[in-house]
Design a protein around this ligand. Structure first.
Ligand code: UTP
Length: 298
């Protein structure tokens, strides 16, 4: 039987250079899709998957994140006085149970693998999830929950995967598949981070959701820099395969938005706004008005 996954690492120490100048003082994860910060979507997804312990790997300038998850007594009292129960409920989703969240600093941005390794003492000898909040996934069953259900069947390590156009493969970690099976689960025989154009072993890319064994943490101990001069999580997971342990790619059901890029962030904003009952009608009307104009201007 697999051990239950209750801890998740949220690596949020990146510099977010693609969103400068905003990210000079606002952490990327606090930027909002409609009215909720990216990190809130990630937390909601983790909670739905049964995660109870939340580990944030942060860096300088990210204190807004800690404040976001703190209680705000003055605000709560003001809302109570005004009888704004609905807003109090919204606010409650940002609360963390005391002792269930931890903030660890990554002192220099040495890459995603290094950020995950920074949380090693809090993970100990347990399997753990990793969620990259800038990959936002809209799904009927939240992506990590789908993965946990599949993980309970096969164990080992698992990465979320998605088909990408061939010419985009060099921007992702790409899976080399041993076998593909029904239900979206594929056995992986290799992984390569950002392969040069034309050398990708498949068009199945790794997306920012992982369930990993504590052995992956051991591979990150003293790991050398890989693609882009960064310590890559992909390389540590690939070592699991060479050591004979199972790694699966899981093709989730849902739509992924790359909110680490401007175009992806805008697409997510439009999609999430259109999915909202309180905004749908007005926003849809507005888009209908301006889309023909944008074409006319070309
Ligand atoms: P990205 O590759 O998107 O980098 O990181 P970034 O710094 O956030 O953004 P750009 O490319 O400069 O615009 C993917 C994830 O890994 C985390 C990021 O916070 C993000 O969640 N990360 C990356 C770290 O925590 N530490 C690092 O050293 C690098």
């Amino acid at each position: 039987m697999t051990r239950k996954v209750t801890k998740a690492i949220f690596p949020v120490a990146g510099m977010g250079t693609r969103f400068l100048p905003a990210t000079k003082s606002v952490p990327k994860e606090i930027m909002t899709l409609v009215d909720r910060p990216l990190i809130q979507y990630a937390i909601d997804e983790a909670r739905a998957a049964g995660i109870t312990d939340f580990i944030f790997v942060t860096s300088r300038g990210k204190s807004a994140l800690e404040d976001y998850f703190d209680r705000a007594p003055e605000l709560e009292h003001a809302l109570e006085d005004k009888g704004k129960k609905d807003l109090l409920e919204v606010l409650a989703t940002t609360n963390m149970e005391s002792g269930r969240s931890a903030y660890i600093r990554q002192h220099s941005p040495k890459g995603l693998g290094h950020a995950v390794w920074c949380a090693r003492r809090l993970i100990g000898d347990e399997p753990f999830a990793v969620i990259l909040p800038d990959d936002v996934i809209a799904a009927d069953t939240p992506c990590l929950q789908q993965m946990v259900e599949a993980y309970e069947e096969v164990g080992g390590s698992m990465v979320a995967a998605m088909r990408v156009p061939e010419d985009k493969a060099s921007s992702y970690g790409i899976l080399d598949l041993e076998s593909e099976s029904a239900g979206g689960l594929s056995k992986v025989r290799g992984m390569v981070e950002k392969p040069p154009a034309g050398e990708a072993p498949s068009n199945l890319a790794v997306i920012g959701r992982y369930i990993l064994t504590p052995d992956v943490m051991k591979h990150l101990n003293g790991a050398a820099a890989g693609a882009g001069g960064e310590i890559q999580l992909t390389d540590a997971i690939a070592r699991e395969i060479t050591e004979g342990r199972g790694v699966h790619g899981f093709q989730f059901k849902g739509q992924r938005f790359d909110c680490g890029s401007k175009a992806g962030f805008l697409q997510a904003t439009v999609s999430f706004a259109l999915a909202r009952d309180d905004l749908q009608e007005e926003f849809y009307r507005y888009l209908n008005e301006i889309v023909p104009l944008a074409h006319a201007a070309e």
